[in-house]
Design a protein around this ligand. Structure first.
Ligand SMILES: [Zn+2]
Length: 214
């Protein structure tokens, strides 16, 4: 239905509302700057980077992709992520993108996993790069909206795990740089649990890159 509506109605920019394109050039420029280093309260123990702040067009795009089922944003957000990754990665090493896990039910309700799609697009733009989805969150994890940082960390503790049998593609390339990608970094709880889960499976995360940091 959404796709049908998109065909019939002119798209408006998810960042600023201007008609004609799902993501306009002016909003794209906001996420095209060099990634900035961010330091979340819950430290994942690896460098964290963001394409932009969790305000303005970036925030609106992330929310539209996540809450309003704007699947068309996977392309521009993935391209922006690829731009950031091309600045951060080592040129001579393969790149493995691991999307941060989203609650299955939440992702289904929202019409798919926008972070996974965005990571897929990013990997397709970069040489010697691929996306492997190896993380999941166990049932029972509530949406983190409205929780304090302490509650968020507690809510997630030990609940992020690797999917059995899925880690092989990460570990077969010994010199690969593994980057955890997500749409938003707020307290750092999800990133920390994800990095921990990967480490428990023998995968060293080199960095975290998100679209927006709060
Ligand atoms: Zn715009």
């Amino acid at each position: 239905m959404r796709t049908l509506l998109d065909l019939m109605l002119p798209l408006s920019c998810a960042g600023c509302g201007v008609a004609g394109a799902g993501w306009c050039a002016r909003c794209a420029a906001v996420l095209a700057c060099p990634p900035v280093r961010v330091r979340p309260r819950t430290d994942p123990g690896v460098p964290c980077w963001a394409l932009g702040p969790y305000t303005g067009p970036g925030r609106r795009a992330v929310l539209a992709a996540k809450e309003s089922g704007r699947r068309d944003l996977a392309e521009p957000l993935g391209l922006a992520l690829a731009g950031g990754l091309s600045r951060l990665r080592s040129a001579d090493r393969p790149l493995v993108l691991v999307p941060a896990p989203s609650r299955t039910a939440a992702a289904r309700r929202r019409g798919g996993d926008p972070v996974l799609r965005m990571a897929q697009v990013a990997a397709s733009w970069l040489t010697d790069s691929r996306m492997v989805s190896v993380l999941r969150v166990w049932w029972g994890v509530r949406d983190s909206v409205g929780l304090t940082p302490g509650e968020r960390a507690h809510n997630l503790r030990g609940r992020v795990t690797t999917i059995p049998g899925s880690v092989a593609p990460c570990t077969t390339q010994e010199n690969a740089e593994v980057v955890l990608v997500d749409d938003v970094l707020t307290t750092g709880a999800t990133a920390s649990e994800s990095v921990r889960a990967l480490a428990e499976s023998g995968i060293r995360t080199h960095a975290v890159l998100v679209t927006c940091a709060a």
